[in-house]
Design a protein around this ligand. Structure first.
Ligand code: GLU
Length: 313
């Protein structure tokens, strides 16, 4: 499905029946921004700005054990330095526990959740591998063994196919019960799962299109399932190719991606545009970041983004 992405005939605020475009960049503060996460920032920024839309930044700090001290501020400083200016206040997921709790309550009231006291080892021993990790075999569906240990909360899935049209990856269809199984919305340690928080926040922030890396493509059916149960609007989805190293591994702190905090801005941004299949005019603004972005926005052609899940850098 291709969308009209220029929006040029609709000045801001007069979009009629179509809501104003709102995109977002939602990094987890596990380390500094690297080339892989920069791609998601640049792709979501251009897609929003080319439609005179809003671009929001959300810091997904709901998993303290995985966070690096100072990483959130570091990411924000790097975005500013690169001229990636966001709209409104940054939303921190660590401040959103109440909203996630009320989503959990709503799911509980629907009978959609059950406590699960399986350990990682038990799950590993009893599960088969699916398209995106282990498929939970439903051991606790009929009731967890009482008070064995702290329980996670899982949401029931069913065999109704979940289908969506991704802007770049095409049609994705998934049978959650068969392909992924019942999944965790609140962990045994009390932290909320990414799948839940992202759905609650995309709706609260009125995000109209989720642009992010294709490493999260298979999270989308789970998020659509939750949004449907919670009666929340489902945004459009657009998954960008993920930058991988020569060994085919996703660039991340773990695979040694060099932080970009000190790299010169314009060569870095031009490399990101090339990665996204954009043709960059020779006179893209030379040394001025503001002019660089004006030209990049005017020349943004989403149809040129490669419709593949990974690309080497
Ligand atoms: N916080 C997630 C990450 O950094 C991205 C979440 C999203 O864009 O939905 O991988």
């Amino acid at each position: 499905m291709r969308q009209n992405v220029t929006g040029k005939d609709e000045p801001p605020g007069t979009a009629g029946a179509r809501p104003r475009y709102r995109g977002r960049f939602a990094p987890s503060p596990t380390g500094p921004l690297h080339f892989g996460s920069l791609i998601a920032a640049v792709g979501s920024f251009l897609q929003a700005r080319a439609q005179q839309g809003d671009w929001l930044v959300r810091i997904e700090d709901i998993d303290p054990p995985r966070e690096a001290p100072g990483a959130a501020d570091d990411i924000l400083r790097t975005l500013e330095r690169l001229g990636l200016h966001w709209d409104g206040a940054v939303l921190y997921q660590s401040a959103r526990a109440e909203a996630y709790d009320s989503a959990i309550d709503k799911l509980q009231a629907l009978g959609a959740l059950y406590p699960c006291s399986c350990s990682r080892q038990e799950i590993a021993d009893s599960s088969v591998r699916g398209i995106d990790g282990l498929i939970y075999p439903g051991t606790c569906r009929g009731g967890a063994a009482p008070a064995r240990r702290a329980s996670a909360l899982r949401v029931r899935t069913d065999a109704t196919p979940v289908r969506f049209e991704d802007r770049w990856q095409g049609t994705v269809e998934c049978n959650l019960a068969r392909d992924m199984g019942d999944f965790v919305v609140r962990r045994a340690d009390g932290y909320f799962a990414y799948q839940l928080a992202v759905v609650v926040d995309d709706a609260a922030q009125q995000v109209t299109e989720v642009v992010r890396g294709a490493d999260l493509l298979l999270s989308t059916p789970r998020q659509i399932h939750l949004a449907r149960l919670l009666g929340l609007p489902i945004p459009r989805h657009a998954h960008l190719p993920v930058a991988v190293n020569a060994g085919g591994e996703k660039l991340s702190k773990q695979t040694g991606a060099r932080a970009i905090a000190d790299a010169p801005a314009l060569p870095l941004l031009r490399a990101a545009l090339r990665f996204l299949g954009q043709e960059i005019p020779a006179d893209d603004g030379a040394d001025d970041i503001g002019e660089f972005w004006r030209v990049a926005v005017a020349h943004w052609r989403p149809e040129r983004v490669p419709g593949v899940r990974t690309l080497p850098v």
